[in-house]
Design a binder for this molecule. Structure first.
Ligand SMILES: [Zn+2]
Length: 909
């Protein structure tokens, strides 16, 4: 049966949709359909700004008054914007999408006019016209109503257990669905917000309440004015919430006042916020110590949202999370708690990076996301030094190298020419590569100089906007060990071009004179048509090993090839990426590889992981064969570090999923079991509190049960799934009857073994639960149904109101990834794409092209291309996502083809 590639792809696909935080995605070529179609159809209005709004009309302040009654289908509002119009004009543009305007008024302090409001583009560009030209300070008032959004976008409603709630998600360009305004990050102004809500409900926004009074049976809540913020960071939430007042975070050396902290959750779920609230102080304190400036806002609310498209969103002072990241009961696994910490630290880091200092335009969204990704690991490392959070950052950097090996990869700082580009700017390159590159330069400058650069940048630009040049200039200026222009050139070489460097290293040692020759190119895997001739300024740090000591030396590779004469003596071995700090892969001659592998125990875990990344790279580019790869595996599997011990499963899963014939699968199952069975003795099947050991357990169980298909293990898991779900007994959940770390795998195996009746049983449990985690396990298992008749039935759940919008991927992805259901699901997908899209925020539509990534053959590639080409104009962010999907299929075909004969030989077939 399908697995890791399946599981690997599923993880990739789900992470693309959800990601760790405030996520959007990849991007598109300049000839975007949005621009094209609009400019062709609106030739009469040539000044419509399809990209950035012009800067001659600037918002200075907003007053927002919204009446939000979650029980209704629409809301209403009055937006007042103080404007500065630098040149006299009778019309100008702003944003507003699908809102019904009843009144427009313009006033320059002397005259007051009725204006006209016209949405001139479907993306939400609005033309405001005045009967007479206006200039200087002008006030614009717009009264309107609008529907609650149906796809978790803008201002939307969620119903649970008979209660209705309203929430917002505005990043990137969805504030325009909730109120008319200048919906771009560069326009930062104060907001005065008033919410009118049902008398018995709670209203939340970015700032503390100033007043709350009952007028005509409605509660009118006025909030304190915000500091200058862009539209995308504004937030509202309305409903009969549980509001948990946590103790104020006490003053610190950095912050001279206490910070009010609250948790907000749907009715009845408040007590599950305890863990998240307790963990907040340590992270805020670490961040304040790093930045040297206090948390910037007057209060901090964290909200658990029952249905949420992203992972979390860093709204200033009112951070929203999907429930699974914020709500915890006694069965929460160590990994889930760790994930909460990472995401919480990420969103809290944004309160400075993104909120206090905001990118002037979306091309610098990396300043938000790369930085928050990097900072989350750094701040958690400060808060819990023993927990190895920085290693997770390395893992993410190594994982994203696959995406970065595509010809169609984005660069970290990508020009934004259309809404397609905004939609695709929130991808793994921005988050994980950006985080890894920051880490590399932190190492290059030294952590103290790097932090000083960050602090200087923060001081100069707080409450304002900034761009990449501002940030890098401060890094260069703070560097004491390197000239500023050297730092700037090196950083820009990673920021302004796509791709993954490959560093070839050769050493020569005569008469104790050590000479290191480095050569760089762009890494591409087998089957790629990419041009390898590309250069960076790469900080390359080498560790040189001697009999009983070692030393690290760093070189800056700026040319295509360079030779460095070093003062060190001849080493016994060379590790070409000391501490795994560099964002590059490396290659060496056979002899140097052999000595490095022989001294594997002298490398730290980061270095072994970087080494494995380069070994994987060599396998993917055809420079390493299966027999060699498998001969290294036992050494890896013996490692006490779970990341190292489980690393070989990635290529094993590829072999099983993408290369093996049905006849070969059985032989592979036996081989793989030989490699890993004994390792499971290290963990057993009981619940484990230690996170690293738990990660080893979950990966091993998944691999041995699903890929190696060990019968005894599968039988144990079926027993566990039946006990946990009350199958055949009382049909009730028994949370204590299973190890929560592996219960998800157990349910999937049981669906396989027990069939459609068990699937029905799981569905009844799912619709009877409001617990996001439990529902996730149940729906993932249901999504793994292979029986063709039952599978067709469960695919229809994607349209069921019984599933939340953010749960439909649990059905869709397994169905398209499993070989047994792949073709039928692809056909079904093509027939139903519009209905599926109606449950997804529009700016994520382009990601739907990723369903094509399930294929690894040229015939289906052509089908995928033909189908999406017909729809690409309506899929925001589609062009780049489709290009990456098609390229991924090509590479899969090439890799599987290259290694097929080797696998036959290795199996002795
Ligand atoms: Zn983020």
């Amino acid at each position: 049966m399908p697995v890791t590639i399946t599981r690997f792809l599923q993880a990739v696909l789900i992470s693309v949709f959800i990601l760790s935080a405030c996520q959007k995605d990849a991007e598109a070529p300049p000839e975007s359909p949005t621009i094209d179609s609009a400019s062709k159809t609106d030739t009469a209005q040539l000044d419509i700004p399809m990209g950035q709004l012009p800067s001659d009309v600037t918002p200075l302040a907003y007053q927002l008054e919204l009446t939000i009654i979650p029980e209704l289908e629409e809301f209403s509002g009055k937006t007042t914007i103080d404007l500065d119009i630098s040149e006299s004009r009778d019309h100008f543009y702003l944003h507003g999408k699908d809102i019904e305007v009843s009144k427009v008024q313009l006033s320059d302090g002397v005259r007051t006019f009725s204006g006209e409001y016209e949405q001139v583009d479907p993306s939400g560009i609005v033309k405001i016209s005045s009967p007479e030209p206006l200039q200087g300070k002008v006030q614009l008032v717009i009264e309107y109503s609008a529907p609650f959004n149906q796809a978790l976008d803008g201002l939307y409603k969620v119903s649970e257990s008979g209660n209705d709630y309203a929430f917002t998600q505005f990043e990137a360009i969805s504030a325009r669905l909730a109120f008319p305004g200048f919906d771009e990050p560069g326009f930062k102004t104060p907001f005065d917000i008033t919410l009118v809500v049902p008398e018995n409900q709670v209203a939340i926004s970015n700032t503390p309440e100033l007043s709350s009074e009952i007028i005509d049976g409605m509660k009118v809540v006025q909030f304190a004015p915000t500091e200058p913020l862009p539209t995308y960071l504004i937030a509202f939430a309305v409903g009969d919430f549980d509001v948990v007042e946590a103790p104020d975070l006490p003053p610190t050396d950095i912050r001279d006042h206490p910070l009010p902290l609250r948790g907000i959750a749907a009715k009845g779920k408040g007590e599950q916020l305890a863990y998240a609230l307790e963990g907040t102080n340590a992270i805020v304190t670490a961040l304040e110590n790093y930045f040297g400036t206090p948390y910037p806002w007057a209060k901090l609310d964290i909200l658990a949202v029952p249905d949420f498209s992203a992972g979390a969103m860093e709204n200033a002072g009112a951070i929203t999370y999907r429930e699974a990241l914020l709500l915890f009961d006694d069965t929460a696994t160590p990994e889930r708690k760790r994930r909460y910490k990472m995401v919480h630290a990420h969103e809290l880091a944004h309160q400075w990076f993104g909120d206090l200092v905001t990118p002037a335009w979306w091309n610098d969204i990396w300043l938000n996301e790369s930085f928050a990704t990097w900072m989350a690991h750094v701040s958690m490392d400060m808060a819990e030094p023993e927990a190895n959070f920085r290693r997770d950052l390395l893992s993410r950097g190594l994982a994203v190298m696959t995406d970065d090996s595509l010809v169609s990869a984005r660069q970290i700082r990508q020009p934004i020419l259309s809404n397609n580009d905004i939609a695709t700017a929130f991808d793994g390159i921005t988050y994980s590569k950006g985080g890894a590159v920051l880490s590399m330069f932190e190492n290059f400058l030294g952590p103290d100089d790097f932090r000083q650069g960050v602090r200087n940048y923060m001081d100069e630009f707080q409450n304002r906007t900034a761009n990449a040049d501002d940030f890098i200039r401060h890094l260069g200026a703070a560097s004491t060990g390197q000239p500023g222009d050297v730092v700037i050139a090196a950083f820009n070489s990673f920021l302004e071009q796509p791709g993954l460097p490959l560093v070839e290293i050769a050493s020569r040692c005569d008469d104790e004179n050590l000479s290191i020759h480095l050569k760089q190119s762009r890494y591409f895997p087998l089957g790629s048509s990419g041009d390898r001739n590309q250069q960076w300024h790469i900080p390359v740090c080498l560790r040189l090993g001697y009999a009983d000591e070692d030393t690290t030396t760093c070189l800056l590779l700026t040319e295509k090839e360079q030779t460095f004469e070093l003062p060190q003596a001849c080493p016994e071995w060379i590790m070409p990426n000391a501490d795994g700090a560099g964002y590059y892969r490396f290659s060496m001659n056979q002899q140097d590889w052999t000595t490095l592998l022989a001294n594997c125990d002298r490398q730290n875990t980061n270095e072994v992981m970087a080494m494995l990344g380069s070994i994987n790279g060599a396998f993917n580019s055809g420079d390493l064969d299966i027999a060699t790869l498998m001969s290294i595996a036992p050494q890896m599997i013996a490692s006490p570090d779970w990341q190292v011990a489980t690393a070989p499963t990635e290529q094993m899963n590829f072999m099983y999923e993408r290369m093996a014939s049905e006849g070969q699968k059985q032989a592979l199952e036996l081989r793989f079991a030989e490699y890993y069975s004994a390792k499971l003795d290290d963990t057993g099947l009981d619940s484990i509190n230690d996170r690293d050991k738990a990660q080893l357990q979950t990966t091993l169980v998944d691999f041995l049960a699903k890929t190696a298909k060990q019968p005894e293990l599968r039988a144990e898991l079926v027993k566990m799934a039946k006990a946990w779900s009350g199958y055949g007994t009382d049909n009730q959940l028994h949370p204590d009857a299973a190890n929560p770390i592996i219960v998800g795998t157990a349910l999937v195996v049981a669906v396989d073994e027990l069939g459609p009746d068990f699937v029905d049983h799981l569905y009844q449990l799912a619709v009877g639960s409001t617990d996001a985690v439990v529902r996730g396990w149940l729906l993932d298992a249901i999504g793994n149904t292979k029986d063709p008749v039952k599978a067709a039935e469960i695919r229809e759940l994607v349209f069921s109101p019984g599933l939340r919008d953010n749960e439909i991927y649990s059905i869709l992805f397994p169905q398209v990834l499993m070989p047994e259901t792949r073709d039928a699901t692809w056909l079904w997908f093509q027939q139903n794409m519009d209905r599926i899209l109606s449950r997804i925020p529009e700016e994520r539509w382009g990601r739907m092209t990723l369903v094509g990534a399930a294929f690894c053959n040229t015939e289906k590639r052509d089908e995928v291309q033909a189908f999406f080409a017909r729809h690409i104009d309506s899929l925001t962010g589609g062009p780049r996502n489709l290009a990456q999907t098609l390229e991924g299929i090509d590479l899969c075909v090439a890799k599987a083809g290259q290694h097929k004969t080797e696998m036959d030989t290795w199996l002795g077939l």
